[in-house]
Design a protein around this ligand. Sequence first.
Ligand SMILES: Cc1cc2nc3c(=O)[nH]c(=O)nc-3n(C[C@H](O)[C@H](O)[C@H](O)COP(=O)(O)O)c2cc1C
Length: 358
Amino acid sequence: MKSFCIGNLEVKLPIIQGGMGVGVSLSGLASAVANEGGIGVISCAGLGLIYNKCPGDYLNKCISGLKEEIQKAKEKSKGIIGVNIMVALTNYADMVKTSIAEKVDILFVGAGLPFDLPSYLTPESTTKLVPIVSSPRAAKIICDKWKNNYDYLPDAIVVEGPKAGGHLGFKVNQLEDEQYSLEQLVPEVVSIANSYKAEKDIPVIAAGGISSGKDMFRFIEMGASGIQMGTMFVTTTECDASHTFKTVFVNARQEDIKIIQSPVGMPGRAIDGEFIRSVEKGLEKPKSCPFHCIKTCDYTKSPYCIVQCLYQAARGNMKKGYAFTGINVHLSEKISTVKEVIANLKAEFLTAKLEGGI
Ligand SMILES: Cc1cc2nc3c(=O)[nH]c(=O)nc-3n(C[C@H](O)[C@H](O)[C@H](O)COP(=O)(O)O)c2cc1C
């Protein structure tokens, strides 16, 4: 596998661990992936629930939690550490500012278009800015807006296809349409990135449903510099979620996957279970909302509280939440270490390369 560069950062192993909230990818998983030469990513979603003993209100707890997770990850690894931030979060700006002040290496920003992201950079900051998009159009709009408004181009672009876990940047009827497949999107986004080549090298990272070294090889052959994976890292010892949550992944079959409509206003892919059935019966309506964590969420109209749901699931309380997942969860057969997962990917990649005659 070839290394690639994001600005002056050399990514020795072209594997990015996707940010996973709430509390699924924190400093434990992120540092383990970074130690293998990939990029480890802390999810900042719902940190105020995890750091509920910190002083202040939910928003202050989120800031303290993020600072602590970045520091812990840096203590455990000298590798590249990123933070994943959703534009849809009410405290998006706080999370961006805190990450930059804590000198995190990279920000991965999705679930909305981060038009103002470069405005948070300070003259001394070295943090790289990477938008997550689901279409070539979004990639182009972000590049042009950033260029025109801030004279800045993205340091890399993640293109996330319809087979990913978590919130999906597609309409439900597009999820199975070949026109929107990752295979279709990667070359299109690479071509947009290449159109700025005279000004900046913008590596493209492919994400969504990638679960083997063979898949990695395929997308790298299509022009991606690296790949991002979420689901395959959930069933690792280092993943920060509970053992119960990981077991749900190990036991999940293909037919257990369900597309849900999230209160964030986007569809999401999740593992079906008791909580989803209870939501469908209208039994999970929030009585109050102490957080207001999502800009567009009005708790009086919401069928359930998404941040509580994801937090409870990650803790193992599956009666009160569900697990987001990518389409290939059925391939997670056991809990293993990050080192083992990566060693397998490397071996499969090599086989694919040899079969490809390269
Ligand atoms: C449990 C889980 C939680 C996730 N949470 C987030 C999140 O908070 N923010 C985000 O941008 N993406 C999130 N994702 C998407 C991942 O970062 C990743 O891009 C995606 O899962 C890639 O597809 P894969 O899981 O098939 O590898 C989540 C995915 C999973 C499985």
